[in-house]
Design a protein around this ligand. Structure first.
Ligand code: URA
Length: 184
């Protein structure tokens, strides 16, 4: 994607000063399903690829549980550079970076968008005027948006990283992922 080059060279916010690599996203640019995480962590910053650390192993397992692999989907984040010490991204950083996500959604034009965790869920529900419900209330729920290019489903899920400190969320994620099964 041409946009990747722009993201790799981006200096729109201060996160660019400390990054090793920006992380545009990876996967099938014609995918029907697009996952949107929060921001790169240390491993992602080092490798320039999304979800390659511990949360990434959980994501792989979840994909596998519905017979998908990374090559079948597109994976990106709301913020493309790592916030130091894995702090939350600021509103300013999200504002500076989100036009890239908007453009990726336009170009990839998925049928299903899956925000992973609070930040991506808040961003996407607001973008499509779907309110600002808490992830604990809306995970696994399908929101339908009618666009000129066809209908779009948004299905928020918990962030795979939660499994590390709340293992019971794994079953919730496995159950929610079943919603995606026939949509690849
Ligand atoms: N967490 C995220 O939200 N995104 C990544 O790419 C990795 C971990």
């Amino acid at each position: 994607m041409e946009l990747d080059e722009e993201i790799l060279n981006c200096t729109r916010c201060q996160l660019s000063e400390k990054r090793t690599n920006a992380v545009p996203g990876a996967g099938d640019e014609n995918a029907n399903i697009m996952f949107v995480g929060e921001a790169p962590g240390r491993n992602e910053d080092e490798q320039g690829l999304p979800f390659v650390g511990r949360a990434g192993s959980v994501l792989d397992e979840l994909l596998e549980s519905i017979d998908f692999s990374r090559e079948d989907v597109y994976i990106t984040n709301v913020v493309k550079c790592r916030p130091s010490k894995n702090r939350d991204p600021t509103l300013k950083e999200i504002k500076a970076c989100s036009p890239y996500l908007d453009q990726q959604i336009k170009e990839i034009d998925p049928e299903v968008l899956v925000p992973l965790g609070r930040f991506a869920t808040e961003y996407l529900l607001e973008k499509y005027n779907l309110g600002n419900e808490k992830i604990s209330r809306v995970h696994g729920k399908r929101f339908q948006v009618n666009r000129l290019s066809g209908s779009l489903s948004i299905i928020p899920m918990f962030h795979p990283a939660v499994v590390a400190y709340d293992p019971s969320k794994k079953d919730v994620l496995l159950e929610d992922f079943k919603e995606l099964r026939d949509r690849g």
